[in-house]
Design a binder for this molecule. Structure first.
Ligand code: FES
Length: 107
């Protein structure tokens, strides 16, 4: 099962095995990782599941599709290189070792 590391804005780190076929957002919510709100439930309509993919693992996920790219214009914390909607990061074996940092705020 792919292992994903979540790092909160305060620097707390958790490495979680997340099943293939779910999303990086679900992996956080189901394991009580603080800092992801996911108000729309994973429909790419709220931008409150914003994460920053760590520089060292930027090449792991596929690039954002246009709908995700548009919504990334509405994040509460600044958009940076590595900004993604975690509900749009579908977990595959290729994401093993992914590191995501949570922004200071989601709204
Ligand atoms: Fe709403 Fe990801 S959960 S955009």
């Amino acid at each position: 099962m792919p292992n994903i590391t979540y790092i909160t804005a305060e620097g707390t780190e958790r490495a979680i095995d997340v099943p293939v076929g779910t999303s990086v957002m679900r992996g956080a919510v189901l394991n009580d990782v603080p800092g992801i709100v996911a108000q729309c439930g994973g429909n790419a309509q709220c931008a409150t599941c914003h994460v920053y993919v760590d520089e060292a693992t930027l090449d792991k996920p596929e690039p954002p599709r246009p709908d995700e790219d548009d919504m990334l214009g509405f994040t509460a914390a600044p958009r940076r290189e590595g900004s993604r909607l975690s509900c749009r990061l579908q977990v595959t074996e290729d994401l093993d070792g992914l590191v995501v940092r949570l922004p200071e705020r989601q709204y």
